[in-house]
Design a protein. Structure first.
Length: 502
């Protein structure tokens, strides 16, 4: 476990096993690079000499990495005081960083498989401010008991006193039936394409790409081209589905959402890499029901938190850092959203006010412009260069125009806004539909936008700005008077000075 440093009372060091972790991780990287490097060197030196040089280089790399991390461990210390959390690190250029405890909004624990085996965790302490690295401290690694102690101590708050009868303790746990929504997400085709690219890249590394291509061509030598393409696409999709299922299991295994005493929501999940996310309810400003197209067609949605104090960096976004609930049946998503907000009924399920038909026309025109632009380019090139492009333009138009029209109509049907209780609700999107319920008290300003085309159609877009979540939630292409009334009624007194009442 973490040991005290001789520099003064209260100072602690990171766990000494950090050197072992660095050495093992570097060894894994070296092992992964060893095969292509050995193959590349064997052409000049022979396999025996190539293996010798690779082993010597790997040993040197591992030794340097371990030595560097040992110095980091010796020169890193942290302290949790009554008012501040301090972190000192560095050899020649010592960095001293400090966070006020009253500004700390999140203490997240992460442990990849190696850390879990060694009983360690990485602790990320954040204020939720948008000031880059100055708003976070990372202790990597400490023992698991020390990480839990830090999380409890730094997030210890008096009870929030929130009204309502909603229970503390466990709110949701993993249901293996939810895994059926993994294949209908956009992750599956992306992973399928990545699998194809990975096979070609690895075969190129070992100099066997031509053999792989010839082997595939031999399998379809007597198959019509169209069926060969369909078969390869289906095979890629199957690989993508398998990958999506594996990724979902890795991310959401052992999932549990619970409300802790004192008003903290905690999400725990992960099969190989364990993750723990804590959200203070007093920083919660609402929820966002997100429905990617495939997930929505399956009748499901996921729940994201709209809250201040969550990290905004790329690492956090890639880790679904604000997701409270994975894709589940829509009725269950609404139920959990109500539990999270301590409301009898989730505001995300409230009936919405539709938008004028002019908003549909705008979406149809934009969708057709995007769909027909490549068709027009192919037609021009076909007239100038080769008639073959005219046929490809026709095929492209036959496929893309109906899809564009369907998506545009669906995007229009998804538009909506309303006020319900203490929340304003906006919905938009087709490929990724979002229904955001934001507390009216969380709105700090309004942005009203009206382009020349919107003005001619009698439309405008009103955006509620907030310090939480994405920072802005928009009711797109509303009727001009209705949109202004919606903004005015949502937060009385905020927009009135700018409205013309004549």
């Amino acid at each position: 476990m973490s040991t005290a440093v001789d520099s003064g009372p209260g100072w602690r060091r990171l766990h000494r096993r950090t050197v072992l972790v660095t050495a093992l991780v570097t060894a894994g990287v070296a092992a992964g690079a060893a095969v292509p490097v050995t193959v590349a060197l064997s052409g000049r030196l022979g396999y025996a000499a190539a293996i010798g040089w690779v082993l010597a280089g790997a040993a040197l790399l591992i030794g340097c990495a371990a030595a560097g991390d040992y110095v980091r461990w010796r020169r890193t210390r942290y302290r949790v005081g009554t008012e501040r959390v301090d972190l000192h690190t560095g050899l020649l250029l010592v960095k001293r960083r400090s966070l006020a405890r009253e500004r700390i909004r999140s203490v997240d624990l992460t442990a990849h498989p190696l850390l879990r085996i060694l009983g360690l965790v990485s602790v990320r302490i954040g204020t939720g401010e948008h000031s880059g690295g100055d708003s976070t401290l990372t202790l990597d690694p400490v023992s698991r008991p020390e990480g839990e102690r830090l999380r409890r101590e730094l997030l210890d708050r008096a009870a929030s006193g929130s009204s309502g009868t909603h229970r503390d303790g466990e709110l949701a746990t993993l249901d293996l039936r939810w895994v059926r929504y993994a294949p209908v997400s956009f992750v599956a085709p992306m992973l399928g394409g990545a699998a194809v690219g990975g096979v070609m890249q690895v075969s190129d590394w070992v100099g066997a790409q031509a053999e792989v291509i010839n082997w595939i061509a031999d399998r379809f030598r007597d198959t019509p081209l169209v069926w060969a393409i369909v078969t390869l696409v289906v095979a890629a999709l199957v690989a993508g589905v398998v990958g999506a299922l594996g990724l979902w299991i890795e991310m959401w295994w052992n999932y549990r959402l619970e409300r802790e005493p004192g008003g903290t929501l905690r999400v725990r999940r992960g099969l190989l890499t364990a993750r723990s996310l804590s959200v203070e309810e007093r920083r919660l400003r609402g929820v966002d029901l997100v429905e990617p197209l495939g997930v929505r067609l399956a009748g499901a949605a996921r729940v994201d938190a709209i809250t201040t104090g969550l990290a905004k960096n790329e690492e956090a976004r890639s880790a679904d850092h604000n997701t409270l609930l994975p894709a589940v049946p829509r009725t269950l998503a609404d139920t959990i959203a109500a539990e999270v907000l301590r409301e009898p009924v989730s505001p995300t399920g409230a009936p919405l006010t539709g938008h004028p038909l002019a908003a549909r026309g705008r979406r149809l025109r934009r969708a057709l412009s995007v769909a027909l632009a490549p068709v027009l380019v192919q037609v021009v090139l076909g007239v100038l260069l080769t008639p073959v492009l005219l046929w490809t333009a026709l095929a492209c138009a036959v496929v893309s125009v109906p899809v564009a029209v369907l998506l545009a109509v669906d995007a229009y049907r998804s538009l909506g806004h309303t006020l319900t209780g203490g929340y304003l609700v906006t919905r938009s999107g087709s490929v990724r539909r979002s229904t955001a319920a934001l507390q009216r008290a969380g709105v700090i300003g309004w942005t009203v936008r009206q382009s020349w085309f919107q003005r001619r159609a009698g439309l405008l877009s009103v955006t509620a700005t907030t310090a939480a979540g994405g920072g802005a939630y928009t009711a797109h292409d509303t009727d001009a008077s209705e949109g202004l009334g919606f903004a005015s009624d949502a937060v009385p007194g905020l927009l009135e000075p700018f409205l013309d009442r004549d």
